[in-house]
Design a protein. Structure first.
Length: 143
């Protein structure tokens, strides 16, 4: 079987705002505009007015992580995500060291507009995990 590339798509109200949050959170970048365009604003100017601001994307500059795509939808978020990102900031760490890494990254992301939701502390079976929400309320975990 062939391994396929994936893209993670977010429904949101303001695609550029949410994408730029995730660029900062993950170290992702905005991909280059299509050939023949100096920037994304120049490309967007060629689209019908109703399409302006309707989508945005960000990519892993190292080409390892999946492309993230953000699309405008008319409805707001109403329930818990069925799929979410786990941002791996404590890999290989345990106990107080892991908790400190989660808390430090959580504080950094709060400054970018994320919201802290709750901390699941280590229980002897699972290590600590910090659940947060991005700038539009999409849940994600720091683990």
């Amino acid at each position: 079987m062939t391994v396929r590339q994936i893209q993670v798509t977010f429904d949101c109200a303001d695609p550029k705002r949410v994408a730029l949050f995730w660029c900062e959170a993950l170290g992702y970048v905005v991909p280059p505009p299509p050939p023949g365009f100096a920037d994304w604003d120049a490309f967007e100017a060629t689209l019908p007015a109703e399409a302006h601001g309707s989508a945005f994307a960000c990519v892993d500059p190292n080409g390892v992580g999946p492309r993230l795509f953000f699309q405008r939808v008319p409805e707001g978020k109403t329930v818990k995500n069925r799929v979410h990102l786990d941002v791996r900031v404590g890999t290989g760490m345990v106990g107080a060291e892991r908790l400190a890494a989660l808390e430090a990254e959580g504080a950094r992301l709060e400054k970018l507009g994320a919201t802290r939701l709750y901390l699941q502390e280590a229980d002897g079976e699972n290590e600590s995990c910090l659940t947060m929400a991005d700038v539009e309320g999409n849940e994600f975990c720091l683990d």
